[in-house]
Design a protein around this ligand. Structure first.
Ligand code: SF4
Ligand SMILES: [Zn+2]
Length: 382
């Protein structure tokens, strides 16, 4: 299981449909007018908020917290270090979540795989637990690291002792899936290790099961805990990762597989996108970049006390600027600050506005403040 089952949600309070009336006739609007992108968005967010409370995962509601440098989630192991640092430090994401894929993953697991295990797999006096928490520490050269997360379904005895761990993944197609990925193996190893500690006996077997989102075919792979892989690959990664975090160092842009960049929400910041940015740290919004999805901007603004919009973004989202504030423009020539709304601008980022002070001294444009100047003296959280 990953956090993606419980997307971070915000609530403006319980969503009740407001009775809107036609200003001419005074009659309530017809239902067809009430089906809108906006009404759906509001309803969906509120539903997610309620759902998180219902499932006891209320900590997914509201702003994200910076992950402590010695804390690791099994689902993040072996991912691109740089991407993981951006995520752990709440850098603003440049693309939205593939919510449909997450939703499918959860439904596939709960509606198909759990019944399959219950009805066609478990033996006498065996049961299925939807997920089990693990929370343990490992010793590395970077000190003690804490690994915490929740498994996918586990076959257990009548006394709730684990018998077989599963890790369920869905893919669009599984035709070319002939072995489990290293990342999924690493994640499963972290759960096996955690379960072994929790139940004080060796639990060394798991099945990584891939399901196709298009055909519902499955491919299961049985794996055994491999101490060498755990130590040399997984713990090594964990140690390196903690060192980047503890030294406040931006890790290199070197994922294990280059396809990771194709699905990365930080590719502009990192330097693998379409823009001119390169190796930007985890703090602040990218200057002149207005492609952030609105919900990701809200997440970012909620997650950092001192965060404000850049002037470019304030022009795209004036209502968010009212709520969270916006930084001033900076003049490249005279260095003056100009309030974001003090000048007219059409929002075309390829033609930034002119500085009113310097307009007669040749073209000097106003720009968004640099990312590292945006969060004031915000502490890094470690
Ligand atoms: S774009 Fe690629 S290298 Fe850069 S953070 Fe994302 S996954 Fe890592
Ligand atoms: Zn100027």
């Amino acid at each position: 299981m990953s956090n993606s089952k419980n997307p971070r949600a915000y609530s403006d309070g319980p969503h009740r449909r407001e009775e809107s009336v036609d200003s001419v006739s005074g009659k309530p609007d017809p239902p067809s007018d009430r089906i809108s992108t906006d009404s759906f968005d509001k309803w969906y967010k509120e539903r997610q908020y309620r759902q998180n409370i219902l499932e006891g995962t209320h900590y997914f509601n509201g702003p994200g917290k910076i992950t402590p440098p010695r804390r690791l989630s099994p689902s993040k192991l072996l991912q691109c270090h740089r991407k993981t640092v951006y995520k752990q430090r709440n850098a603003p994401e440049e693309s939205g979540d593939p919510t449909g894929i997450y939703w499918f993953g959860t439904e596939f697991e709960e509606q198909i795989i759990v019944p399959f295990l219950q009805e066609a797999v478990v033996g006498q006096r065996e049961y299925v637990a939807n997920s089990l928490w693990v929370d343990y520490t490992v010793e590395t050269d970077a000190g003690e690291l804490r690994i915490k997360g929740a498994t996918d379904p586990v076959i257990v005895t009548a006394d709730a002792e684990p018998v077989l761990l599963t890790e369920i993944k869905t893919r669009r197609s599984i035709e070319n899936t002939n072995a489990p990925s290293r990342r999924h193996k690493a994640q499963t190893h972290a759960y096996l290790k955690g379960l072994s500690e929790k139940y004080d006996r060796s639990i060394s077997e798991a099945v990584i099961l891939y399901g196709s989102r298009t055909t519902f075919d499955i491919k299961p792979f049985r794996i055994e805990f491999d101490p060498y892989f755990w130590r040399e690959t997984v713990l090594n990664w964990a140690q390196n990762h903690a060192e980047y975090r503890l030294n406040d160092e931006l890790p290199p842009a070197e994922p294990e597989s280059s396809w990771e960049c194709d699905y990365c929400s930080y590719s502009e910041r990192c330097g693998k996108g379409q823009r001119q940015f390169d190796d930007i740290g985890p703090k602040g919004l990218l200057p002149g970049f207005t492609g952030y999805p609105r919900e990701k901007l809200v997440e970012y603004l909620e997650a950092h006390d001192q965060a404000k919009l850049t002037p470019s973004l304030a022009h795209s989202h004036p209502d968010l600027a009212d709520e969270y504030g916006a930084l001033d423009w900076k003049c490249r020539g005279c260095g003056n600050s100009v309030a974001w709304d003090a000048i007219e601008w059409d929002g075309d980022t390829s033609k930034p506005p002119q500085c009113p002070e310097c307009v007669n001294k040749g073209s000097t444009v106003l720009v968004d403040p640099a990312p590292e100047e945006q969060l004031g003296d915000e502490k890094d959280g470690w």
